[in-house]
Ligand binder design. Structure first.
Ligand SMILES: [Mn+2]
Length: 408
C-alpha cells in the first residue's frame, strides 16, 4: 500500500463530506505487553498509520479542505523500553499527510475546529462492544459535553460505500492473503491424518503463513472434524480427528490488515464415503451456481434467496427434509458478506453489487446427527464482465481433494 492510495481515499471522502463537517479518527488502545498492536481499521484505511496515540482530522469548509494528523512524541527516557517513536517525516511518508502534530497538542489544535464545525464523524460510538474500556470513547464523550452544539455521527456511515469498493492495492493485498491461505490449506490436505488433533492442522497453516512473512490471522481459524463442523462458530480446535471424517476448515490469513476468508471441507482419510460425497456435491453445486450469478447489479438478497431455494431442493434429494420451508434446520446462515480490512467488512448484506466489491460465497449443509458439516467458501471480486474468483486455485473438486488427502 502506498501513500497515493491514502491520498486518493481522503480525496474521495472529502467529495462525500458536506460543508462544516469534521472527521476525527482515533487509534485503538495501546496493546498489553502480550499482544501486538492492532490499528483501528478506518484509521488505517485513511492513513496507513499503524501506531497508537494517532489521530486523523479532516475538515471541510467551503473550498478549503484541511487534513492533519497527530502522532506520539518521542520520550527519550522511554526509548530503551519501547524504542524510538515514529518521526513526523515518517508519518508523512506513509500517509501523504503534510501537517503532523504531536498527540499532546490534540486539544489545543482541535478546539477551533470543534467550535466551528456542525457535524463530526467519529469512529467510536456507544455501540462499540468494549465501549466502557475505551479511552477513545471517554474522549469522545468529553467532546460531546464540551461542545454541546456539535452533532456526532458514526464514521462507518460515511465510509462504508467507499470501503466496500476495493482499489487495486486492496485487491493485491487480498490476493496475497488468499494465496498464502490456499498454500496452507493444501498443506493441511496433504499432511493431515486421523489421530492428529485439530490444532495440529491449524499449526500447518500458521507455519505456512509465518514462514512466508504473514504473521496475523484475519480471524480465529475454525478447524472442525466430524460433528464439530456442524457448529458454525466452533473454534476450540482441540478434538482428535477420527477415521473417515470430513474436516471443515474456515480460515484466513491477513496481509497488511486485509483478511482472506476461505472454507474447504475434505475427507481426512483420502476418500469420501458415498453419503459424504452426496452432501459435498450438493453444496458444491449450489456454491458454483451462486458464484456464476455474481455480477454488477445483482443484490446480495437475491443471492441469499436463490441459495435457500437451491439448498432446499438438495436437502429434499438428500432425504433430510420433505418440505422446502424446513431448510433452515440444515442451512442457517447467509451466503455472502463483504470482505476486506474486516473479515465481515463494511457494506450491507443486502446491498446491490458493484464493480470492485469483494464478497464471499459460502453455502453449507450441516447435519449434526450424521456428524457431517460441509461449507465451501470462495472470495469473489465483482468485475465489469461479472466476477473473478480470487481463490480459484484452491482445490474443491472431489477428485482433487481425494488425491491431495490420499497423497497421490
Ligand atoms: Mn465467511
Amino acid at each position: 500500500m502506498k501513500k497515493e492510495d491514502f491520498i486518493e481515499r481522503r480525496k474521495k471522502l472529502f467529495e462525500k463530506m458536506n460543508d462544516n463537517e469534521l472527521v476525527i479518527l482515533l487509534s485503538r488502545e495501546e496493546s498489553e505487553l502480550y499482544l501486538r498492536f492492532n490499528q483501528d481499521k478506518n484509521l488505517f484505511y485513511m492513513t496507513g498509520l499503524e501506531t497508537p496515540k494517532t489521530v486523523l482530522v479532516m475538515f471541510k469548509k467551503g473550498e478549503i479542505e484541511t487534513t492533519f494528523a497527530f502522532i506520539e512524541r518521542n520520550v527519550p527516557e522511554r526509548v530503551v523500553w519501547y524504542g524510538e517513536k515514529m518521526k513526523k517525516s515518517e508519518a508523512t511518508e506513509i500517509s501523504g499527510i503534510e501537517t503532523i502534530y504531536f498527540y499532546d497538542e490534540l486539544n489545543a489544535v482541535l478546539h477551533y475546529y470543534l467550535s466551528v464545525a456542525e457535524n463530526v464523524y467519529v469512529n467510536y460510538e456507544t455501540s462499540e462492544p468494549f465501549a466502557s474500556k475505551s479511552n477513545a470513547l471517554v474522549y469522545i464523550n468529553e467532546l460531546r459535553n464540551n461542545y454541546p452544539n456539535l452533532k456526532f455521527k458514526q464514521f462507518n456511515k460515511i465510509i462504508s460505500s467507499l470501503r466496500s469498493v476495493k482499489d487495486d492495492s486492496e485487491i493485491e493485498e487480498l490476493q496475497k492473503a488468499i494465496d498464502i491461505t490456499g498454500a496452507g490449506i493444501e498443506r493441511i490436505m496433504k499432511d493431515s491424518k486421523p489421530g492428529m488433533y485439530e490444532y495440529q492442522l491449524e499449526s500447518m497453516l500458521y507455519d505456512t503463513m509465518l514462514s512466508n512473512g504473514y504473521r496475523e490471522w484475519g480471524f480465529t481459524p475454525i478447524i472442525a472434524q466430524g460433528k464439530n463442523a456442524a457448529t458454525l462458530h466452533y473454534s476450540a480446535n482441540n478434538t482428535l480427528i477420527e477415521e473417515n471424517k470430513l474436516v471443515l476448515l474456515d480460515v484466513g490469513a491477513s496481509s497488511s490488515n486485509y483478511s482472506a476468508d476461505i472454507s474447504r471441507t475434505f475427507p481426512v482419510t483420502g476418500k469420501f464415503t458415498e453419503r459424504q460425497k452426496d452432501v459435498y456435491s450438493a453444496v458444491l453445486f449450489v456454491q458454483k451456481t451462486i458464484i456464476n450469478m455474481v455480477k454488477p447489479g445483482i443484490s446480495m438478497k437475491e443471492l441469499n434467496e436463490e441459495t435457500a431455494k437451491l439448498i432446499s431442493k438438495e436437502l429434499i434429494k438428500l432425504g433430510l427434509i420433505t418440505d422446502e420451508k424446513d431448510y433452515k434446520k440444515y442451512y442457517m446462515h447467509s451466503v455472502s458478506h463483504h470482505l476486506g480490512l474486516d473479515t465481515h467488512d463494511l457494506g450491507s448484506r443486502t446491498s446491490v453489487l458493484e464493480v470492485g466489491n469483494v464478497i464471499t460465497v459460502e453455502p453449507g449443509i450441516y447435519i449434526p446427527e450424521e456428524e457431517i458439516g460441509v461449507r465451501i467458501e470462495d472470495d469473489v471480486l465483482v468485475t465489469e464482465a461479472g466476477h473473478t474468483v480470487l481463490s480459484e486455485s484452491i482445490p474443491k473438486e472431489i477428485e482433487d481433494l481425494e488425491n491431495l488427502a490420499s497423497g497421490k
